[in-house]
Design a protein around this ligand. Structure first.
Ligand SMILES: *[C@@H]1O[C@H](CO)[C@@H](O)[C@H](O)[C@H]1NC(C)=O
Ligand SMILES: *[C@@H]1O[C@H](CO)[C@@H](O)[C@H](O)[C@H]1NC(C)=O
Ligand SMILES: *[C@@H]1O[C@H](CO)[C@@H](O)[C@H](O)[C@H]1NC(C)=O
Ligand SMILES: *[C@@H]1O[C@H](CO)[C@@H](O)[C@H](O)[C@H]1NC(C)=O
Ligand SMILES: *[C@@H]1O[C@H](CO)[C@@H](O)[C@H](O)[C@H]1NC(C)=O
Ligand SMILES: [Fe+2]
Length: 424
């Protein structure tokens, strides 16, 4: 009797403070084109985590949806506390809208019903038109018109027209409230994830690590952003195909020198794709740029040894495998190069003879933007802007794409160029 009542009281105490309310829901591409990964976060561990999904709207309490069990991870050894929880939905139909909710089956706690739309699984070289958004260096809690809130709001407003989003590193800036005891602040991390929830629960949200994401040896980054890498806990580089375009996400925060694991992987990925798809678009992205011209060490080719090593190690692969576009952040501004290799412009936008490089580190983080520019380099298109905003890349067909920059201040496209597929 005594035992039972003690147990009863204990269970009330546990239930009172037990929170498995799912928050910060995120979508990512899976390893296969018919897969989407759903990841979320809870304070305490769910005992029966599940994603319910259907091609029609449903109510979680009705049994009309398929369920996919999820896996619970934890942060407890990292100074962070809580439970990233994740599931892969597979066998999804192409170009189909799915409705889904995540929750705990036993307690019946679910999020609202969100939706996403799958892409087209294309044959080699064939393009189905689409637009994706891309930016870097966002963070949480920027001030006024320069803040991340405008990026999120403007992206959300456009999100029904977008296929997916890429955040090219420097994600939450959770390492900027350092004190002696910690080097990553979970409050900031969670605030960031909650703030992007409307976008990341609806659009596939792909990432690569930036210098502000590598705290705790990337263990927080990698448990949050489960990208389709060969091993989500060990490596941070991956590729995926969408509607006929090949995307390669790499890490400027890891060893990229020739013969490194990453360098070998990149060359192998590009070679494998390019040998079978001589005429397809390839888009590559990383946090740090090869070309930029704000007054800053990273943008000054004579000043930064890491920059020199980065360019020396990787730029030749972009040229060799005809990587059409390279997009990055790191410098808090946006600029685009002419088609460029080895510091020299080669060809034009209508006949590119080298990769076109774009920086878009304009997500709106609280460090502010870079407003001072070096004199215009020969590889520069002349388009250089310090306003916050994000890029839109529109694939029109197998030979034409357009790039647009949306300024946050008025949610307006302030730069647009058309690019023809180059052969080099
Ligand atoms: C899908 O989600 C988006 C973003 O929340 C919303 O704008 C849209 O109306 C939803 N679509 C449907 C059919 O409910
Ligand atoms: C973590 O960030 C929150 C929100 O900005 C702040 O209130 C708190 O003091 C920070 N914690 C540490 C240890 O810096
Ligand atoms: C790069 O830095 C060097 C050394 O400080 C300086 O002399 C040079 O002018 C800088 N480059 C540019 C493009 O300004
Ligand atoms: C691709 O689209 C562009 C711009 O609309 C057009 O000029 C071109 O003819 C199209 N090419 C093909 C192969 O459809
Ligand atoms: C929007 O803001 C940008 C950046 O300040 C400015 O260049 C552009 O003219 C504005 N466009 C409109 C339509 O107001
Ligand atoms: Fe950065």
């Amino acid at each position: 009797m005594k035992l039972i009542s003690t147990f009863f009281i204990l269970s009330i105490i546990i239930n009172c403070c037990f929170s498995v309310i799912p928050t910060s829901v995120r979508l990512a591409f899976g390893k296969n084109q018919d897969e989407v990964r759903v990841t979320w976060w809870t304070d305490d561990s769910m005992d029966s985590p599940v994603v319910l999904y259907n091609t029609e709207m449903f109510l979680p309490e009705q049994d009309s949806a398929s369920g996919q069990e999820a896996t619970v991870m934890d942060y407890d050894t990292l100074g962070f506390h809580g439970h990233p929880t994740t599931a892969v939905l597979s066998g999804l139909k192409e170009m189909t809208q799915y409705f889904y909710t995540v929750g705990n089956k036993n307690s019946g706690e679910y999020t609202e019903v969100y939706n996403f739309t799958t892409g087209k699984i294309n044959q080699l070289g064939e393009i189905t038109p689409f637009t994706f958004s891309i930016f870097g260096d966002m963070g949480y809690g920027g001030k006024g018109l320069d803040s991340d809130f405008y990026t999120v709001a403007n992206l959300y407003e456009r999100s029904n027209d977008l296929a997916f989003n890429i955040h090219v590193g420097d994600i939450a800036y959770a390492d900027e409230t350092w004190d002696s005891a910690i080097n990553g602040n979970q409050t900031v991390w969670n605030q960031f994830l909650d703030s992007i929830n409307p976008v990341s629960s609806h659009l596939i949200y792909m990432t690569c690590p930036g210098n502000h994401d590598i705290f705790y040896d990337l263990s927080v980054y990698r448990r949050t952003w489960l990208m389709p890498t060969d091993d989500s806990y060990e490596v941070s580089w991956y590729s995926f195909d969408y509607n006929g375009v090949h995307f390669v996400g790499i890490s400027s925060e890891h060893d990229f020198l020739p013969l490194s694991e990453q360098h070998t992987w990149i060359e192998n990925d590009l070679n494998t794709f390019r040998s079978k798809n001589p005429d397809s678009w390839i888009v590559m992205f990383a946090h740090r740029p090869f070309y930029c011209s704000t007054v800053w060490n990273w943008c000054n080719t004579t000043k930064d040894d890491l920059k020199k090593a980065f360019v020396y190690s990787l730029e030749n692969l972009l040229y060799k495998y005809n990587v059409d576009m390279f997009i990055s952040g790191h410098t808090h501004s946006s600029e685009r190069t002419l088609p460029t290799y080895d510091g020299k412009p080669l060809g034009t936008y209508s006949n590119p003879k080298a990769t076109i490089h774009i920086t878009v580190g304009t997500g709106g983080n609280s460090e502010g933007n870079q407003h001072n520019w070096y004199p215009q380099p020969i590889w520069s298109s002349g388009y250089r802007i310090s306003d916050n905003g994000f890029g839109l890349m529109n694939f029109i067909n197998s030979t034409t794409l357009s790039w647009q920059f949306v300024a946050n201040i008025n949610n307006t496209i302030v730069d647009e160029i058309f690019i023809t597929k180059g052969q080099f």
